[in-house]
Design a binder for this molecule. Structure first.
Ligand SMILES: Nc1ncnc2c1ncn2[C@@H]1O[C@H](COP(=O)(O)OP(=O)(O)OP(=O)(O)O)[C@@H](O)[C@H]1O
Ligand SMILES: [Mg+2]
Length: 252
């Protein structure tokens, strides 16, 4: 059985000031299997973040449904405690907690024994290269280092699914590239199911095995496996990125 099932998903909002109906997602259908690493691309405002919010159980579908392990995230939210982690463009660290205290947060909420909280958090900070910064506060760390703490925090609870929404786009190119590589390595090493939203098409090709192209409002325009060649050859990568670019441009 697929881990994530999206059936006839539609989401509309009522605009706060104009009172008009905004359609963010319109009859979206697809499935994601356990352990798949999937990218979502599409024009700005096409409903990518809204889709992640529904997957996280923060927003509720207007019509249709999203099932994870056969359950609806906004309805069965207690079942999903600790099962889905997300990283965003902002690291969302608590400024008054040190790096290790930020990573511990989820483990505290999940009632891990105190010693385990520390051991797991230390190990994760080491995995993201921050073993020397356990006791630093977010304000003492660079943007890339803070995002590393956020990544450690996301993995520390050992979730089934990891979501990333434009998590690397705002960093300088060198920092973003190493972070992407590290994140990619960890997702694969830990055998997580991952859904990665990005504007950067070359990032999608590097990080994921399958790309969903959303139209605006979100509906499935294309569902493509990333060809192996595109990961190895610069010219094949360029060709695939060009194909994605054209699909997005012509998606309305
Ligand atoms: N809470 C809300 N109330 C009203 N409209 C909303 C709300 N959240 C999203 N929308 C609208 O839904 C549409 C999809 O927004 P969403 O943020 O999901 O797009 P996105 O694909 O993530 O965009 P971007 O690439 O810029 O991050 C937009 O038209 C947006 O204005
Ligand atoms: Mg977004």
């Amino acid at each position: 059985m697929p881990e994530i099932v999206v059936q006839g998903l539609t989401k509309t909002f009522i605009h706060k000031t104009t009172g008009q109906k905004v359609t963010a997602i319109e009859r979206l259908d697809f499935e994601i299997g356990e352990g798949e690493i999937v990218g979502i691309v599409g024009k700005t405002g096409c409903g990518k973040s809204t889709f992640l919010s529904i997957l996280l159980g923060v927003e509720r579908p207007t019509e249709g449904r999203v099932l994870v392990d056969g359950k609806e995230p906004y309805r069965d939210f207690y079942y999903f405690k600790g099962k889905i982690s997300a990283i965003f463009q902002q690291d969302l660290l608590l400024p008054w907690r040190t790096a290790i205290e930020n990573v511990k947060l989820g483990l505290e909420i999940l009632n891990y024994p105190k010693e385990k909280q520390i051991d797991i958090s230390k190990a994760w900070l080491a995995k993201v290269g921050l073993e020397k910064f356990l006791n630093s506060y977010p304000g003492e760390l660079s943007g890339g280092m803070r995002q590393r703490v956020a990544i450690a925090r996301a993995f520390a609870i050992n979730p089934e699914i990891i979501l990333a929404d434009e998590a690397f786009g705002h960093l300088d190119v060198v920092t973003a590239t190493t972070l992407r590589e590290d994140f990619n390595r960890l997702v694969r090493e830990q055998k997580k199911t991952a859904v990665i939203v990005t504007h950067q098409l070359d990032e999608a090709v590097d990080m994921v095995d399958r790309v969903l192209v959303f139209g605006r409002p979100a509906r499935l325009v294309a569902d493509l496996q990333v060809p192996n060649g595109a990961k190895q050859s610069i010219s094949e990568k360029k060709e695939f990125v060009e194909r994605l670019h054209n699909l997005i441009e012509n998606s309305g």
